[in-house]
Each structure stands twice: as structure tokens, then as C-alpha cells.
Design a protein around this ligand. Structure first.
Ligand code: NAI
Length: 462
């Protein structure tokens, strides 16, 4: 008899959610995690700590820029960086301890240590080998650097180092205008650093709706971030604790450099599968290092499954969680499913940016007939009351059927509002369905309804 029905390797959002769901479905489950705390990159050095710093620095920004307007006078708060770090660490601790509690509650065994798979049906942790009927690999990803750049996590840092810098740098160059670059760039810009973002492409946030990206860049520029677009970074040199980033402008091949106290390399992440022994087992991999899986997340070796950042698809905690729940259903003999067409993406800057479904650019490529309904937060009373009227909701629907194809929002609480559209899309709803749904006043969500009205006979407050 096997020691466990399921062993999940990796205790991040994909792995821990999968383990809990497996246990809830009656399977004897263990989860292998080598860090001192559960929660993976997301809780320890990703989503959660960055949100703590984004929150603290957003409050600072409000105090510096908006308090006086609201009649709140007095000195702006000064920054106690050590305390801000302690706050962030408390937030991490609270969340990771929460997962430990959930493991106990659901009777998931935490096997502490780094796991490998010596043979199908076996997981080695430290010196011990445990047997399992099914193994699920949820080992996540790690930062991907560029050739010519040596990360020391002091002067040249990844997102991990950027969360725990010993002091606030006076200047920072961020390589890559993706999610990490813009979130962490915002944090340090709000803390007073001179932040320049260098991006290979001609627009920020690749893959995002073009109109939203343009508006987002303008808003970030107003907040003090600088951008060098169309610039391929060639390397970073360091001397005496300072860094020089060299890049080539793609339009004319000219070379240029930028100096900074800290360089954040945010050029993407790569699957983390080192040391698992997948090669020896004959687990098929994809050219970009992901584990190849079938429609039920099973690898080429029967009984071994993989989910999350270690396989294809967007590297997002919630995508990994969905796969974790679905694969748990599969190994329990049920029918797990993930709708990859409805996975939202959110950037937690101020304003937030959120997106689900297709962009106009993709629909044009596909040659589909679509209609756009847009509504600016300038027409939203609630957003105006809190100085967050920059931005808009853009709803894209099928020209013939009115069925929602995508939604892109830049504005207050965009990351929460997008879920109305996610639910609508799951139900195959039309813009009219949203337009006919009563939305409470005064809420930011009224802007979503107005965008839906704009797909039909017109918005009211435009
Ligand atoms: P990303 O893929 O979002 O952006 C990387 C950027 O670097 C791209 O714009 C790319 O064009 C640029 N780049 C690549 N090579 C370059 C070069 N040589 N010179 C200049 N620019 C270059 O990657 P990022 O921001 O590192 O994030 C990694 C992953 O983590 C993403 O999949 C992201 O979705 C996820 N993540 C999600 C968050 C969220 O949901 N809020 C927060 C943080 C990360």
C-alpha cells in the first residue's frame, strides 16, 4: 500500500490549493515544501509582500498629494523603511501561517524539505522515500535574467531582492516594463527614487490592450516614472555599489547607458524544475523548459502530473490555483476543468489595470467583427470623489451577438471589478445583460455598466 494517495511537490498557490482540495476529496495527501514557510513565491517573495509595499506607498502618495485637498492638513508622514519592511514581513507571516493552519485543518501532511522523484510513484524528501499513487509537480518558477547580467540581489536585483532592499535607493533602473517592473517601479518612485524603466518593445505591458497600455504609461509618467522604450538591454556592470545599464535603441542601433544605485531585472520568469529528476524519468519537456502535459495535466509519465508556472500558460497564481483544484478532481476520478479563455490579469499599481478575454489587437488579427463600449472614470462620481478619475473601462463584444469577448479596465479597484465580467463571460453573457443589471450607486462598478450601455444605445454619463 502506498504511503499517500497523492504527494504534491511545491507549496505555492498551485501546490497548496491542490493539496487542500485533494484532502477535501478524501485522498490521503502530502505536500512537499523546502522553504521554511508555505505559500511559495506568491506569499513569501511575490504577490503578497509586493501588495503590502504597494499599499504602504500608496497611502504615502495619498498623504503627500491628496490629503491637503480634502482638508487634512499637517506634515506628510515620513518613511521608516525598517518599519515598512517589518509590516511587510508581518503580512507574509500571517498569510503563510494561515496555510499551515489550513493544512492541519484538512489533514494535509507537510513533508518539509526539497522533493525529487527517484521513480514513478516515489518522492524522496531528504533521506526518506515516500510512496504515492499520484504525484503532482507544482514547483513554480524563478526569475529569468538576461545574458550579460549577473544578479547579486544587492545592486542588481530580481523581484526577490527588490522587496527587501536594505535602504531606499536614490535611483533605480528597471529592466522590463512588465507586471513586476511596473509594480516595484511604482513602489520605489513613490518612495522618492528616480525610476527609469527600460523596455525592449515599443509599448509597456506586452500583450495588454494597446489603448490601455498607452493611457497607463501616461499616468505612470505623471507619477514620475520615466520610460525608455524600444531599447534592448545589453548588460549591466557594477562598480563601487553602483550599476551601469547599457542598451541599444532598436530604431537606430545607437548605444546608450544609464547609471543607478539599484537595477531591477524584471524580464520574465522561467519554470523551476531543477533537481526533480524529471529527465531521468523521461518526463517530456517543452523547448522553453516547461513540463509537457496533456489536457488533464498528466505528464508523459503516467501517474505524474504538473500544474502552474512549471507548465504552459500565463504565470499567474490564480491560474495555478485553478489548475490545482482541477487536477485534484482528476486524480480523485472526477472531471476537473479550467477555462483558459477567462483568466483575468491584474497589475496592482494606482490606478490598477485589469484585463480578461481578448484585446482589440487579437480580434483584428483573427478578423472578427466586434464592437467596443468605453466609459471614462471622469463620468463616475465615486472615482472623482477620491481623485481616481484617470482611466476607463473598455468592453469588447461580438458585433453580431453582443456576447462579451473581453474587458480591459484601468482605474480604481479594476482588479476587483473585472470579476463581474469574468462571471458574465463564464455564463456567455452579452453587454446587454450587464447593462440591464442594477448596479449600486455610487460605485466604481457603475463604469462597467456604462461601458456595457455604450455597446448598445449609449452610456448615460458620457
Ligand atoms: P513580464 O513577462 O510581464 O515582462 C517582462 C518584460 O521585459 C517584457 O515587457 C519584455 O519585453 C521585457 N524585456 C525582455 N528582455 C528585455 C531586454 N533585453 N531589454 C529590455 N526589456 C526586456 O515579466 P515580469 O514582469 O518579470 O513578471 C514575471 C511573471 O510574473 C509574469 O508572468 C507575470 O505575469 C507574473 N507576475 C504577475 C503579477 C500579477 O499578477 N500582478 C505580479 C508579478 C509577477
Amino acid at each position: 500500500m502506498a504511503d499517500f494517495d497523492v504527494i504534491v511537490i511545491g507549496g505555492g498557490p498551485g501546490g497548496y490549493v491542490c493539496a487542500i482540495r485533494c484532502a477535501q476529496l478524501g485522498l490521503k495527501t502530502a505536500c512537499v515544501e523546502g522553504r521554511d514557510a508555505l505559500g511559495g513565491t506568491c506569499l513569501n517573495v511575490g504577490c503578497i509582500p509586493s501588495k503590502a509595499l504597494l499599499n504602504a506607498t500608496h497611502q504615502l502618495h495619498e498623504a503627500e498629494h491628496n490629503f491637503a485637498k480634502m482638508g487634512l492638513k499637517g506634515k506628510s508622514p515620513s518613511v521608516d523603511w525598517k518599519q515598512m519592511q517589518a509590516y511587510k514581513d508581518d503580512v507574509i507571516g500571517g498569510n503563510t501561517k494561515g496555510i499551515e493552519f489550513l493544512f492541519k485543518k484538512n489533514k494535509v501532511t507537510w513533508l518539509k524539505g526539497w522533493g525529487s522523484i527517484p521513480a514513478a510513484g516515489q518522492v524522496k524528501v531528504g533521506d526518506e522515500v515516500h510512496s504515492a499513487k499520484k504525484i503532482i509537480v507544482a514547483t513554480g518558477s524563478e526569475p529569468a535574467s538576461l545574458p550579460g547580467i549577473e544578479i547579486d540581489e544587492k545592486t542588481v536585483v530580481t523581484s526577490t531582492g527588490a522587496l527587501s532592499l536594505p535602504k531606499i535607493p536614490k535611483s533605480m533602473v528597471v529592466i522590463g516594463a512588465g507586471v513586476i517592473g511596473l509594480e516595484m517601479g511604482s513602489v520605489y518612485a513613490r518612495l522618492g527614487a528616480d525610476v527609469t524603466v527600460v523596455e525592449y518593445l515599443d509599448a509597456i505591458t506586452p500583450g495588454m490592450d494597446g489603448e490601455i497600455a498607452k493611457s497607463f504609461q501616461k499616468i505612470l509618467q505623471k507619477q514620475g516614472l520615466k520610460f525608455v522604450l524600444g531599447a534592448a538591454v545589453q548588460g549591466v556592470s557594477t562598480a563601487k555599489g553602483k550599476a551601469t545599464v547599457s542598451y541599444k535603441l532598436r530604431k537606430d542601433d545607437s548605444d546608450a547607458t544609464l547609471d543607478a544605485e539599484v537595477v531591477l531585472v524584471a524580464t520574465g520568469r522561467k519554470p523551476y524544475t531543477d533537481g526533480l529528476g524529471l529527465e531521468a524519468l523521461g518526463v517530456e519537456m517543452l523547448p522553453r523548459g516547461q513540463i509537457k502535459t496533456d489536457a488533464h495535466w498528466q505528464t508523459s509519465v503516467p501517474g505524474i502530473y504538473a500544474i502552474g508556472d512549471a507548465i504552459t500558460g500565463p504565470m499567474l497564481a490564480h491560474k495555478a490555483e485553478d489548475e490545482g483544484m482541477a487536477v485534484a478532481e482528476v486524480v480523485a476520478g472526477k472531471h476537473g476543468h479550467v477555462n483558459y479563455d477567462v483568466i483575468p490579469g491584474v497589475i496592482y499599481t494606482t490606478p490598477e489595470v485589469a484585463s480578461v478575454g481578448k484585446t482589440e489587437e487579437v480580434l483584428k488579427q483573427e478578423g472578427r467583427a466586434y464592437k467596443v463600449g468605453k466609459f471614462s472614470f471622469m463620468g463616475n462620481g465615486r472615482a472623482k470623489a477620491v481623485f481616481q478619475a484617470d482611466g476607463f473601462v473598455k468592453l469588447i463584444v461580438d458585433a453580431a451577438t453582443d456576447r462579451i469577448l473581453g474587458c480591459h479596465i484601468i482605474g480604481p479597484a479594476a482588479g476587483d471589478m473585472i470579476h463581474e465580467i469574468c462571471v458574465a463571460m463564464e455564463f456567455g453573457a452579452s453587454a446587454q445583460d450587464i447593462a440591464l443589471t442594477c448596479h449600486a450607486h455610487p460605485t466604481y462598478s457603475e463604469a462597467v455598466r456604462e461601458a456595457a450601455l455604450a455597446c448598445g444605445d449609449g452610456a448615460i454619463h458620457a
